[in-house]
Design a protein around this ligand. Structure first.
Ligand SMILES: [Zn+2]
Length: 618
C-alpha cells in the first residue's frame, strides 16, 4: 500500500512539548530528534531518532490512511506505529538491534501493567482527561507487544496480509477495534477475536507458572498455569482470564500452545528431561513467568553459559526483578542472578541487573549501604574503562557505559571515581571553551563521569553546569548535562538542581530529565518532593499540558505506607489543575504500596546476603 500524500516533509521544532506529531505529509519533531551532529551524537539519541522517525512514518498509514473512530481506539494508531517502528528499524538499520529494543519496551510495559488499576489497551474514553491518559506505555508498548505476539502466533506473512486487507477496506475512513478484529480473522483465516479481546479489552498482566515433570522413558510433561500478576498485598481483580499464545524452549526442544484454560499439561517432543526450560521462547509472549527455585537457578545458569537468546536473558532478568514484587523470587535469588546479569555482553541485561540492585538498595537499612556498595563492587567485572576506544562497536560501548554507571554511582568505586573526577574536570573545561569532547570522554559517559566532578566540586561546579545550559543550544548535550545533575546523590546539590528547573536556562520540556531521575534515589527523593510541594504552581505553569498530569509520578518511588497518605493529601485538592492527574496519582500510590509490601517481604533476605558477604582479599 503506497504512500498517498504526494509529499513528505520532516520539520524540527525547538521547545516542542511532545516527541513528534504525525501530520499528514508534514511531520513535526522535537529538535533533538532531527538535528543531530554525527560527530557528537550519542548512540542513545541516534537510536531514538531512527525509532521516532520510523514511528511517525508508520502513522501515515496507521492514523492518516485509516483513523480510529473514537479515542478509545487510539491504540490502533499508537500500538501499530510502535509495532511497525521495529520492523522498519530492523530493515533500514540492522545495526541498531531493533529486536532487543522491542523486547526492552515490551518488558517495560509489563512493569506498568502489574498495578491493580492498570489501564486497558482499549479503554472507554468519556472525558478530556482520559484522552491524555490514553497516551501511555499501555497503549504504545503493551499494544505493540500484543500485536507482536499474535503476529508470531499466526506467522508474519499471514499477519501482514490481514493488515493490508484492513488498510484497504477502511482506506481514508474510520475503523474500530471490532473492524480490526474482523480483518485479522478474515485475513488469517483464524478466529482470533476472543484471544485478542482478552489482551486488548482486559487490563493487567498474565503470569504463566511452569512446572516440569519427567518420568522414565516418557516425554517430559509441562504444566502451565495462568493467573494475574499482582504485587504482594495489592487488591486487584484476580478473576482475569486470557487466551495466551505460549512458546516454551528448552535445551532439548521448543513447543507452542494456546493456553486458554487456567491450567494445561502438554508433552514435550523429546524423551530426555530438559536441563532448563525457558517459559517465554524468544521473549515474544506478553506475560510474566514463574518457576520454582531450582528451575530458576537452572535457567540463570543457562543464561550464564550463553544458552539463551539475548531477548530471553532480558526477559529472565526482568522477570527476576518483578518476582521480588509478587514474592515468587527472593532477594537472595535475585542478587545471585544479578551477579550473572552484571557480566552480560548485552547492555539491556546489565541495565536489568542495575534495576535489581537499585530495588535492593531502596529497601535495605541505611546502615547496610556500605556493605551493599562493597558487594556490588566485587560482583562487577574489574576492568571498566572510561577511555574513548576508537572503532568500538555500539553494543560493547553501551555495555561499558552502563557498567561504569553502576560502578561509579551505585558501587561508589573510589579508584574509578577519582579517575572520573579528573576526566570530568577536563570535559567541563572543554565544553566551556566550546571545544569538542573528542578524545576526553564519549558523550554517553559524560553524566556518570561529570557527576563525580560535581560531587567533589559542589555548588561551584553546579553553577558552571548551569552556565553551560544557558549557553548551548545543542539539545543532545543539554540532555546529558541535565542527567549529570540527576546522578549526584548529594541532597544539597539536588536542591539546587530542582530549583534550576524553574530557571529560564532550562527549557520547559527538559524539567523531567532531572526531576524524575532524582526522584528515583532515596537520598534525593525527599528534595524533589519538597520542591513539588513548594513550587507546584510555578512548575505547572512551566511544563506542557501532558506533563502537568504526570506530576504525581514524581512521588511514585516512595516506599512506605505513610507516603501514600501524604501524597494523596497533597495532590487530591489539585487534581483540577492537572489534566490526567487523577490517573497518575493512582499509579503513584499503587506503586508506593507495592514497593512497601515488597520491602517488608524481601528486606530480611537482602540483609542476609549482605551480612554473609565477605569481600575477597586483594
Ligand atoms: Zn505515535
Amino acid at each position: 500500500i503506497g504512500y498517498p500524500f504526494g509529499k513528505l516533509d520532516i520539520i524540527a521544532v525547538p521547545e516542542f512539548g511532545y516527541g513528534a506529531m504525525e501530520n499528514a505529509g508534514a511531520i513535526t519533531f522535537r529538535d533533538v530528534l532531527l538535528l543531530l551532529d554525527p560527530a557528537t551524537t550519542s548512540i542513545d539519541v541516534r537510536r531514538m531518532s531512527t525509532s521516532v522517525i520510523s514511528h511517525e512514518l508508520a502513522h501515515q498509514w496507521f492514523g492518516n490512511i485509516v483513523t480510529p473512530a473514537w479515542w478509545d481506539d487510539i491504540w490502533l494508531n499508537e500500538a501499530f506505529a510502535t509495532w511497525m517502528e521495529y520492523h522498519i528499524v530492523q530493515q533500514v538499520r540492522p545495526d541498531q538491534a531493533a529486536d532487543l529494543q522491542r523486547a526492552d519496551q515490551a518488558l517495560d510495559a509489563m512493569e506498568r501493567d502489574a498495578l491493580p488499576s492498570a489501564r486497558q489497551i482499549r479503554q472507554p474514553i468519556d472525558t478530556n482527561d482520559a484522552i491524555y491518559g490514553a497516551f501511555d506505555g499501555i497503549t504504545y508498548a503493551k499494544g505493540m507487544a500484543v500485536l507482536g505476539m499474535f503476529e508470531a502466533y499466526v506467522g508474519a506473512d499471514s499477519f501482514r496480509k490481514a493488515i493490508a486487507l484492513h488498510l484497504t477496506k477502511f482506506r481514508f475512513g474510520n475503523a474500530t477495534a471490532e473492524d480490526f478484529f474482523a480483518s485479522v480473522s478474515e485475513g488469517t483465516g483464524k478466529e482470533l477475536t476472543p484471544a485478542l479481546r482478552s489482551f486488548i479489552e482486559q487490563n493487567g498482566l498474565p503470569q504463566v507458572e511452569l512446572s516440569l515433570a519427567c518420568a522414565n522413558k516418557e516425554s517430559p510433561k509441562v504444566t502451565l498455569r495462568q493467573s494475574r500478576f499482582l504485587p504482594i498485598l495489592e487488591a486487584g481483580d484476580t478473576k482475569h482470564h486470557w487466551q495466551i499464545p505460549v512458546c516454551v524452549r528448552s535445551d532439548a526442544s521448543q513447543a507452542c500452545w494456546m493456553l486458554d484454560r487456567v491450567d494445561q499439561t502438554n508433552a514435550l517432543h523429546t524423551k530426555t528431561c530438559p536441563k532448563w526450560v525457558m517459559p517465554n521462547a524468544n521473549a515474544i509472549g506478553y506475560y510474566r513467568f514463574a518457576l520454582d527455585a531450582d528451575a530458576l537457578r537452572a535457567l540463570v545458569t543457562a543464561a550464564a553459559d550463553g544458552k539463551l537468546a539475548q531477548t530471553e536473558t532480558m526477559a529472565l532478568a526482568s522477570n527476576v526483578r518483578a518476582g521480588l514484587y509478587n514474592g515468587t523470587v527472593s532477594a537472595r535469588a535475585a542478587l545471585d542472578a544479578a551477579t550473572v546479569f552484571l557480566r552480560s555482553n548485552n547492555h539491556q541485561v546489565v541495565s536489568f541487573a542495575r534495576d535489581i540492585l537499585v530495588t535492593i538498595r531502596e529497601i535495605i537499612d541505611a546502615g547496610m549501604l556500605g556493605k551493599f556498595e562493597m558487594w556490588t563492587r566485587t560482583m562487577l567485572p574489574a576492568d571498566i574503562s572510561l577511555e574513548v576506544i576508537a572503532g568500538e562497536d555500539d553494543e560493547r560501548h553501551l555495555t561499558r557505559v552502563i557498567r561504569a554507571e553502576i560502578a561509579i554511582v551505585l558501587a561508589r568505586d573510589q579508584a574509578l571515581r577519582t579517575k572520573a573526577q579528573k576526566k570530568g574536570e577536563l570535559a567541563l573545561a572543554a565544553l566551556e571553551k566550546g571545544q569538542p569532547l573528542g578524545s576526553v570522554i564519549s558523550i554517553d559517559l559524560l553524566p556518570t563521569v561529570l557527576s563525580t566532578t560535581l560531587d567533589v566540586g559542589g555548588p561551584q561546579v553546579h553553577e558552571r553546569i548551569a552556565a553551560l545550559l544557558g549557553k548551548t543550544t545543542d539539545s543532545a548535550l543539554r540532555r546529558y548535562l541535565l542527567l549529570t545533575l540527576a546522578y549526584s546523590h548529594d541532597s544539597g546539590l539536588a536542591e539546587k538542581s530542582a530549583e534550576l528547573m524553574l530557571d529560564p536556562r532550562v527549557r520547559s520540556n527538559e524539567t523531567r530529565a532531572v526531576l524524575f531521575p532524582l526522584s528515583h534515589t532515596r537520598e534525593t527523593r525527599p528534595v524533589v518532593w519538597r520542591f513539588v510541594q513548594t513550587h507546584f504552581d510555578d512548575y505547572i505553569a512551566k511544563v506542557s499540558l501532558l506533563h502537568q498530569g504526570l506530576t504525581p509520578l514524581l512521588t511514585a518511588d516512595f516506599c512506605t505506607p505513610e507516603s501514600v497518605n501524604e501524597v494523596e493529601h497533597f495532590f487530591v485538592p489539585k487534581l483540577d489543575t492537572m489534566a490526567g492527574g487523577a490517573r497518575s496519582l493512582l499509579v503513584a500510590t499503587e506503586t508506593i504500596s507495592a514497593c512497601a509490601a515488597m520491602a517488608n517481604t524481601q528486606r530480611d533476605s537482602a540483609h542476609g546476603v549482605l551480612w554473609g558477604f565477605k569481600p575477597p582479599r586483594t
